[in-house]
Design a protein around this ligand. Structure first.
Ligand SMILES: Nc1ncnc2c1ncn2[C@@H]1O[C@H](COP(=O)(O)OP(=O)(O)OP(=O)(O)O)[C@@H](O)[C@H]1O
Length: 268
């Protein structure tokens, strides 16, 4: 008997960028006609040397930077057409984890208050993935910390009392707290000790699998991008010069710039 082969269902699109252009006042274009799609549960890696336009592209899609041309669709909504107040609402569906965890915390707030800031701002309750009926803020915050393998005792601490890696874990807990459609990871491990970097990447990967998160992972580090991402994009001077899936990165027909990055990767 022949078994019927069911086609694998594609996950819904979370983010679609179409032909994005951005030039800063009086400069050369920093982003030149970039298009890509991120689906639910996917990690798209964006790699390129300093100045290639990665952060500009991220700021454009987060609508923190006005684009000159192009379209940004988030969960089917055209962000490029929304009014300022509609945009404020739509931005809540995206969270960012930055390179420097110290800069992402208010030094005067305890970890608990920092952690709960997005939930309070958005008038949200307990995230559905915490599997808790409790509305106690302490319980929500402690369970969030548990998700990133930090003890609840850290809730009363101030950011200066945590190491860089612990702060980045707390920043990740805060980012997932409002169940965003997309998390932009902008060099999330670049400021951490090498020994801690792998642990944070593993945590991000585990959370992605467990919660079905969608990531845009930005890095200089091709090995980190390769580890994290199903699909990998290479930017050079504002352009997308190469796109490939996992193992295709090592194929002989890669763009010459990707090969240059690979040489650095091999030399690590
Ligand atoms: N606010 C700004 N005003 C003017 N030019 C800018 C501004 N921000 C970035 N640029 C320019 O845009 C180009 C792309 O910079 P961008 O920061 O996006 O690159 P990047 O790949 O993220 O670099 P890095 O990895 O060092 O952060 C560079 O030429 C940069 O000088």
């Amino acid at each position: 008997m022949q078994l019927l082969q069911m086609p694998k269902l594609e996950q819904p699109e979370v983010l679609r960028l179409k032909n994005i252009w951005k030039t800063y006042h009086g400069g050369h274009p920093a982003v030149k006609g970039i298009s890509f799609t991120i689906r639910r549960g996917e990690c798209l890696g964006l790699v390129g040397e300093s100045g290639s336009g990665k952060s500009t592209l991220a700021r454009c899609l987060l609508t923190l930077e006005r684009i000159d041309k192009g379209e940004i669709w988030l969960n089917g909504r055209p962000l490029h057409e929304l009014t300022t107040s509609q945009l404020r609402q739509a931005r809540r569906e995206m969270q960012v984890v930055f390179q420097n965890p110290s800069g992402s915390f208010n030094s005067k707030l305890t970890i608990m208050d920092s952690l709960l800031e997005p939930i309070r701002c958005q008038n949200k309750g307990c995230p559905s993935f915490l599997d808790s009926l409790s509305t106690s803020e302490w319980e929500i915050a402690s369970k969030l910390l548990e998700k990133v393998h930090l003890p609840a005792s850290y809730l009363a601490r101030y950011p200066s009392e945590l190491s860089g890696g612990q702060k980045q874990r707390a920043a990740i807990a805060r980012a997932i707290s409002v169940e965003p459609s997309l998390i932009v990871l902008d060099e999330p491990t670049a400021s951490l000790d090498v020994s801690i970097q792998a642990r944070v990447l593993n945590l991000l990967k585990d959370l992605q699998e467990e919660l079905g998160l969608s990531y845009l992972f930005i890095s200089h580090d091709l090995s980190a991008v390769h580890f994290m991402s199903e699909l990998l994009m290479v930017m050079q001077q504002g352009e997308m010069v190469d796109v490939c899936k996992g193992k295709e990165l090592f194929a002989s027909n890669r763009h010459s710039y990707t090969k240059q990055l690979l040489e650095l990767f091999d030399g690590d």
